[in-house]
Every structure is written in C-alpha cells, then in structure tokens.
Ligand binder design. Structure first.
Ligand code: PEP
Ligand code: MN
Length: 359
C-alpha cells in the first residue's frame, strides 16, 4: 500500500502516518518527492485495511498496489527511476548506453585492449567477468580478485565504469570494492541471500533475467533488492530457454516494453547471451534499442577466436563499432540519444575536470 500525502503536508503529519503504520505491525518507507511525500507500507502479504490511515490528517489518498511486487511496480512509483553507475552514465532517462567488453577478464593485455575498443567505439561502460558462473566446474572460472584489479586498471586508463558479476554473498562485498555496478547473473537471479546482500551494499545492481524465469519472477527478484533499501537496479533481458536448438536462448524482445510498463526500473538487453550467435548479435542489438531498451550489453573481444569463454558469441572489434553506429541512429529516430559517457582521464585532464576513476 502507498500513502500519498497532501501537497504541503507537515513533517508531523508524515511522522504520524509512519507511527500508525508501525503500530499496525508493518514497516513504513517515506519517500519525499518534489511535489509531495508518499509513504510506502511494506511487510504485508495481503490487502491491508487502509481506513485507519486514510482518516489521518494530511493524507491525500491511499493506493493499493495490486501486484505481488510492490516497490518495483509503476503503481508504487509512476516516474522512471534513473540508475547512475558513474557520472554521465545513467540508465532510465532519454539516453541509451552500450555496455561492452569480453565475457571474462583473461589478462591485462586483453582487458585493456577490450576497454580501448569499447571506449573508441562509443560504448559507455566496460563489462567483464572476474568470477564466472560456468555450466561446467571444469571450465575457466575467471581470474578472481586479480581480474577485478585489471578491471580497475582499465577503468583508470579509459574512464569507463565497470560492470562485473558477483556469484555469492561473500564475493559481492569484494566485487563492490571495485565495480561501479554489480551484476547478478541469470543463474543467480533467484539466489535470495545474494539479492539481499547487494540490496544492503547499496551500489547499482544489474539483475539479469533467469533463463527459466517469468517476467513476474524477475520483478519479484528485483523486489528483494529494493526491499533492502536499494532502488538502483537495472533489469536485463538475456534470453530464455526454448525448445529450439538453433539459438542458445530465445531472446524475448517483448520483455522490454512489458517490464517498462510494469516497473519504473530501467530495462536493458543482452543480445550476446540472448542469441549465443555472433552474427545474430548486431540485428538483435538493433532490435532491442528499437524496442525501447535503456541500453544493451554486448560481448566484444579483441580476438574472439582465442576467448576463454563465449568466443562464439563475441563480436569482433569492427562489428562492435558497427553496432554502436547503428544503434546511435536508431536511438535518434525514437527520440532518444546514445549516452556520451564519461570523459577518459586524458580528455578530462585536458578539459580540467576530474575523471571518474575509483581506485
Ligand atoms: C555474463 O554476462 O557473462 C553471463 C554469464 O550472463 P548470464 O548470467 O546472462 O548467463
Ligand atoms: Mn558470457
């Protein structure tokens, strides 16, 4: 339930509502807005009788959130939530961002080359796994902490913010020391202790749809993160399992406008895992932006044939450049623009502004 206060409601009136919600055995989440304050009621597992609250002074009206997910829903917050992973790199506004990089961090040479390719092409964030959730325990599992340090090096050189995956609660704290945005992968979408942990950490989170998850499941998983007080969540369509063997996954384009209708959170798409086929990544990346995605995340490798994971779906550098050029044009047609991102440290120094670079 959401309690909307009258324009000009006093601090005392807001406090009275909070106290009443707590007396009723629920938790209150005040959300001061530019126009008026709303107070969310959470902790209920069914419809709450709002009559006691409706009659309090300063209350304009009470909205019953009809969905199983509450804070994630558009009923709860009608306007888009903007998720900022670094200055100049925000998801959920008019800008569309391209996150590029290899599946895994493999070496200093490889990640620096990949970061330069992404930055030069107009990508605005660098992806790359240091902890890899591989289907087989015998496959390359990632470079771990050393991989995070290399991502930090790439960020310092190019200014690109880092999106990288955490596999478990303990790892999330380590990843958070390096990442600008913590990725929770498809296999972990329903790892509720990990979701709670990244909710408490408070850094932006990229939550990918599980390969057998419904859209409602995805939104309920995001609710775990928001329930911990972190609304900086970007959702991502990355393909779901289907009976067809010709693609790795079935890339669900409809999920993009569907999620944007149901939730205020930004929604991006990953056509690399979504198709699993290099030559399908450009057309489906274009399609995702045309469908209204707030960004795309794409695997690109300086030498895909030598990649230690997902080489077959990784773009060659010139293909990544082509994709960025094409989605830039598509974004313009639908009244959006490609994000310019952060200035590389060298450019920023020339312009006399501090570059974004943690570390
Ligand atoms: C990835 O982005 O590298 C990845 C493992 O993706 P997913 O969780 O969607 O399989
Ligand atoms: Mn991958």
């Amino acid at each position: 339930m959401l309690v909307v206060m009258q324009h000009g409601a006093t601090k005392e009136q807001v406090e009275r509502v909070v106290k009443t919600i707590e007396d009723m055995g629920y938790q209150a989440r005040p959300m001061p807005g530019a126009q008026r304050t709303a107070i969310g009621l959470v902790g209920n597992d069914g419809r709450v009788n709002g009559s006691r609250i409706e009659s309090l002074e300063g209350v304009a009206h009470v909205i019953h959130v009809t969905k199983a997910y509450k804070q994630v829903s558009r009923e709860w917050r009608p306007e888009n939530t903007i998720v900022t992973i670094a200055p100049g790199v925000s998801f959920g506004g008019t800008e569309v961002h391209v996150i590029g990089g290899p599946c895994s961090v493999e070496s200093e040479e490889q990640i620096l080359a990949a970061a330069r390719i992404v930055a030069a092409a107009g990508g605005t964030a660098l992806r790359g796994g240091a902890f890899k959730p591989r289907s087989s325990p015998y496959s390359f599992q990632g470079m771990g902490k050393q991989g995070l340090e290399l991502l930090d090096l790439a960020r310092r050189e190019t200014g690109l913010p880092i999106v990288t995956e955490a596999l478990d609660e303990e790892g999330a704290h380590l990843v958070a020391e390096y990442a600008d945005c913590i990725q929770v992968g498809a296999r972990n979408m329903q790892n509720y202790s990990l979701l709670r942990a990244v909710g408490r950490i408070g850094k932006p989170v990229l939550l990918k749809r599980g390969m057998a998850a419904s859209i409602t499941d995805l939104l309920l998983s995001a609710e775990y993160i928001l329930a911990e007080g972190n609304d900086q969540v970007i959702l991502c369509e990355r393909g779901i399992r289907s009976f067809d063997q010709l693609t790795r996954n079935l890339f669900d384009l409809t999920a993009i406008p569907l999620v944007q209708r149901l939730s205020h959170l930004p929604m991006i798409a990953d056509p690399s895992h979504g198709t699993g086929l290099r030559d399908k990544v450009i057309p489906m990346g274009r399609a995702a932006v045309a469908a209204g995605a707030d960004g795309i995340m794409v695997e690109v490798h300086p030498n895909p044939d030598r990649a230690m994971s997902d080489g077959g779906q990784s773009l060659h550098p010139e293909q990544f450049q082509q994709l960025v050029t094409e989605v830039r044009a598509i974004a313009t047609v639908i009244g959006r623009s490609l994000g310019a991102g952060v200035a590389a440290p060298a450019d920023a120094a020339r312009m006399g502004t501090p570059a974004h670079a943690a570390g």
